[in-house]
Design a protein around this ligand. Structure first.
Ligand code: ZN
Length: 147
């Protein structure tokens, strides 16, 4: 099992390097399982990007967190809400959801972001919500018990 986890980290290493670059503009919180948790700084471009611009301009929804490789980057105002209730079901589901995205990248490696973009496009073409109905989001919600 440890070998598979190591291979997964090696396979998604390029994603994690991008995540670490983005995280260099954030504050480090702690690690949880295979993930490193970071929180954005209030005036950073990442915070502005997560609050309104959507994710890479492809997903118009505002995001509370983004997972790039092993890095989970949490928007500062979401962290303020969640940090006080880390034992709550909302926090546990959130962590499970984001860790599922880490797992997806351990399996899909550099192809996972491409699969995500395709999933968003397919949902959009089907007239569905591009974020909520992306198959990787559906998988993460199922894994975390959200739906
Ligand atoms: Zn998600």
């Amino acid at each position: 099992m440890i070998i598979l986890r190591l291979l997964g980290h090696l396979w998604m290493c390029p994603n994690t390097l991008v995540g670490l670059f983005l995280a260099s503009f954030c504050g480090y919180l702690h690690h949880d399982g295979d993930a490193l948790l970071f929180v954005t700084k209030p005036d950073s471009f990442i915070t502005r990007w997560m609050r309104g611009g959507g994710f890479f301009g492809l997903v118009k929804a505002t995001v509370g967190a983004v997972t790039v490789g092993a890095c989970i980057i949490i928007r500062d105002d979401q962290w303020e809400l969640w940090s006080e209730r880390q034992s709550s079901i909302v926090w546990i589901r959130f962590i499970k959801h984001e860790q599922r995205h880490v797992w997806q990248q351990m399996v899909g490696g550099v192809f996972q972001p491409l699969a995500y973009v395709i999933g968003v496009g397919v949902a959009q073409l089907q007239g569905k919500d591009p974020y909520r109905d992306c198959f990787l989001e559906l998988d993460a919600r199922r894994a975390s018990g959200e739906s």
